[in-house]
Design a protein around this ligand. Structure first.
Ligand SMILES: C[S@@+](CC[C@H](N)C(=O)[O-])C[C@H]1O[C@@H](n2cnc3c(N)ncnc32)[C@H](O)[C@@H]1O
Length: 464
């Protein structure tokens, strides 16, 4: 959601939009189709967006931005001022964060000044939710993916030393004497979070001109991931990133061409319609984490993610560690143990467990549900059991996730409402799975993986 409070100059909102469009128009190489306009969509909680002001044909170009205008590491003078190959040294996320920080702190001297003025400085992404607000997402594994502490560690390790050492390149903002000390540190982390959030919700992966195929927005967990080596450079593409997205309603796409990045209509667009880019098939929990909004149109992509810990707890194990749990050790040794298991929302009318349960999850449940004698036999052969969803395996999955607390809804009603949509979506997926499990679990008793086999009744095994 992008409401008035998210933008630094809410009063001059329209003026900033006009200045931004004039800046684009005046930049050599930019092409703007007169059929589009930058609209104020704050009334519907969508900030700025691009709208058609007359009918647009399929394949028609909407705008084209020269590659040199992308706010990216290679287009900023910072690297040569520091005498460093920033991208190589810091990876795509942190190097762009540093460059954005530099350009932002240059104020009017930056060539991207009119662009910064239309970008938000506050976000509803999960990085900015208070612990009380995050309580509203209790039960969803999305909370574990936010990664605030890890991001701050990386900022302090890689970005802060460069900034502190070069105060003329990174002048502290008004009211702050220096980057050193607690106040300086807090202020720097806050600014880095703004830049990191902009990268997460606005940046594109920028292909080298000769590469083709990947034109989706940057796709990562938290701000940074471990496999930075494999990541493409990221860049902020003015105007392309002011398109909103709404799952099935997307009608435009960015094409990365040799000298330019071109947004084209992929469907006919009627006068007055909003122009939507495609952010991908994202479950609402991830949409909230990365983009800070949710709409019902993304419900079809909802998943429920069960952590290994939750499953082990439901199965009555006292830990989720292969070091102390022989059943997990067996799976770990054969490479069949995961930290979490993602179950998608059933999409067709007659879904079966086979369609939606990941095989690794079924193997885990089967292993946890094996009678002790059978397990010992398997363990001695160092072989995982064949996946089979019997009543006991199904019963493990039948646990209820913890119920969310109601929390302080008045203070952040918007966030609480979005969290509710995410939770309901995940619950619906879980309920659909439980419904499908009924035939397997009728009359069964949930048992501990370490339980006494003598108390168990055998049920017909349902292979999936
Ligand atoms: C790439 S930007 C799009 C431009 C943005 N609306 C702005 O005013 O700067 C992505 C952000 O736009 C907002 N957004 C995108 N699609 C939306 C939608 N369908 N409904 C509400 N907000 C949306 C979210 O805040 C998201 O983080």
């Amino acid at each position: 959601m992008s409401s008035t409070t998210h933008f630094p100059d809410a009063e001059g909102f329209q003026q900033q939009s006009n200045n931004f469009m004039s800046w684009l128009q005046a930049t050599p190489g930019v092409q703007l189709n007169p059929k589009i306009r930058l609209a104020d969509l704050r009334a519907s909680g969508a900030g700025r967006g691009v709208v058609a002001q007359s009918n647009i044909a399929e394949d028609e170009e909407l705008f084209s931005i020269p590659r040199g205008m992308v706010l990216a590491v290679q287009n900023s003078e910072l690297g040569s001022l520091l005498g460093q190959n920033l991208e190589e040294q810091m990876g795509p996320w942190l190097s762009l964060m540093l460059v954005m920080l530099y350009e932002y702190l240059q104020g009017e001297k930056s060539r991207w000044a009119p662009y910064f003025r239309v970008l938000p400085s506050r976000f509803d992404t999960l990085m900015f939710w208070s612990p009380a607000e995050l309580q509203e997402l209790q039960g969803s594994t999305i909370v574990e993916k936010i990664g605030r502490a890890g991001a701050e560690e990386s900022i302090l390790e890689s970005v802060a030393p460069v900034v502190v050492k070069n105060p003329t390149l990174f002048p502290p903002p008004q009211g702050l004497a220096s980057w050193e000390g607690d106040a300086g540190r807090t202020s720097l982390i806050e600014l880095c979070h703004i830049m990191g959030s902009l990268i997460m919700a606005y940046a594109f992966d920028i292909e080298k001109p000769e590469e083709e195929g990947n034109d989706e927005e940057a796709d990562d967990e938290s701000y940074m991931t471990d496999d930075e080596d494999e990541q493409l450079p990221k860049g902020m593409v003015p105007l392309a990133d002011l398109l909103n997205a709404d799952a099935a309603r997307n009608n435009a796409r960015l094409y990365q061409e040799e000298g330019t990045l071109t947004m084209k209509a992929i469907k006919p667009i009627q006068e007055g319609e909003e122009i939507f880019n495609d952010y991908g098939e994202i479950p609402r929990a991830d949409l909230l984490r990365r983009y800070g909004y949710v709409t019902d149109n993304y419900a079809v992509y909802d998943v429920v993610e069960l952590s290994l810990e939750d499953i082990c707890q439901a199965a009555g194990l006292s830990s989720a560690s292969p070091e102390t749990e022989p059943r997990l050790e067996l799976l770990d040794n054969v490479g069949a143990l995961e930290d979490g298991y993602v179950i998608p929302r059933p999409v067709n009318d007659n879904p079966s467990l086979k369609d939606i349960l990941p095989m690794e999850l079924v193997v885990l449940l089967t292993t946890l549900a094996l009678p002790t004698a059978e397990f010992n036999e398997r363990a001695s052969k160092k072989k995982a059991p064949k996946p089979a969803m019997d009543a006991n395996a199904a019963a493990i999955l039948g646990f209820s996730p913890p119920l969310p607390s109601s929390g302080d809804v008045d203070e952040s009603a918007r966030r609480a409402r979005m969290a509710l949509q995410v939770r309901i979506g995940e619950k619906e997926v879980l309920q659909a799975v439980l419904g499908m499990l009924q035939p397997a679990s009728n009359g069964s008793l949930k048992r501990s993986a370490n339980g006494d086999d003598g108390e168990l009744r055998q049920f017909k095994t349902q292979r999936i």
